[in-house]
Ligand binder design. Sequence first.
Ligand code: DGY
Length: 416
Amino acid sequence: MAAATRVLARNWRGSYTVPAAGLYPHQWSWDSAFIAIGLRHISPRRAQQELDTIFSAQWADGRLPQIVFNPRLDVHYSPGAAFWRSERIPGSPPVPTSGLIQPPNHALAVLLVHQADPEASARRRFLPRAYERLLAWHGYLADRRTDPSGLVHVLHPWESGMDNSPYWDAPLAAIGETFRGDIPRPDLDHADASHRPSNAEYGKYLYLAARYRDHDCDDRDAGYPFVLEDPAVNALYARSEWALGRIAELLGNDPAPHADRAHALTEALETLWAPELGCYVARDVVSGELQPYRTVSGLAPLLIPDLPHTDELLTMLESEHFGLGQAALVPSHDLTAPTFDSSRYWRGPSWFNTAWLIAEALHERGFHDEARSLASQMADLGLEHDFPEYVDPISGEPRGTLRFSWTAALSLDLYE
Ligand code: DGY
């Protein structure tokens, strides 16, 4: 507990927490929500502030940006504020941000932070303020990012939070173009190149980011080549709609529209079910093709209360593909797949945020022993290796960077 608290104190920047000093020197959207979930045990006020800070960077259209930049550290991260130049885009906030988004886990975090100390929340009027921001955020997703299928899409691998997932291989390969400018990789000063996405992937990442930016991030670029429906993004969105319904109720508002939306998302997720793989997969909206890979994203719908394929997902979790109880935590990709890589970012390593989500889901479904054993693995691996960003699922060895904020925060959450 003391060690995790120290990591969070060290990464605190006065009103938000950086994911890791060095590799990620700014505020990241979904990181902050996960960090707040842990911070609520140390200081509910700091947890509220973490979320308030990301909310204060909300765009006029309701989007919560992927990254809020600290301009003083711009040379240390790429692409940064100078790449995005968000200040010239109508509707951007007064602080420099990325134009992209990240998965919508914020309502889930707001509810947990509020419940940690309802009095502290009431004193600072946290919940009504957060509710307005969340309504606008979910409104943006509903209005600007929802497909005829009823699912929301991501417009960049970064928006999924799982940058180099095998889901994106074919859609990225189908894009003929790559970024023509210099591709700085300051990330490689802080993490081994074999743990990070490749230069070829970065060429595509920057090509897409530049194209999105050059259309003023307005989501209306006909022919934009990367439009993907991701299971974890939609599962978190559905889960957050449930949380938003609860928040509405606490504030005396009608929860029904949120429950309806959650139900509609759950139903729409069925279009991503791959019976032959026994899990959900992503769909490339451009080609119409499902992306036939088992990833932890495809297990994330376990978070939704009324899911039809719960038993199949539990079987999958325990199979040789994900090795629950044998592997370290939950691998990000199928252990038996030719595309599996035990070290490289989201192509195999086990992450603590997804382990936390799966532990939550197991706990809620009454699998208390399994949830507890996952939680204690998280706590042990976190402590033993100084809170790594991710671990090799076979050896349990640390990968990426160390003293990673959500690793510390979510291990803290599990001591409770
Ligand atoms: C990175 O820089 O690797 C992040 O994942 C992008 O959000």
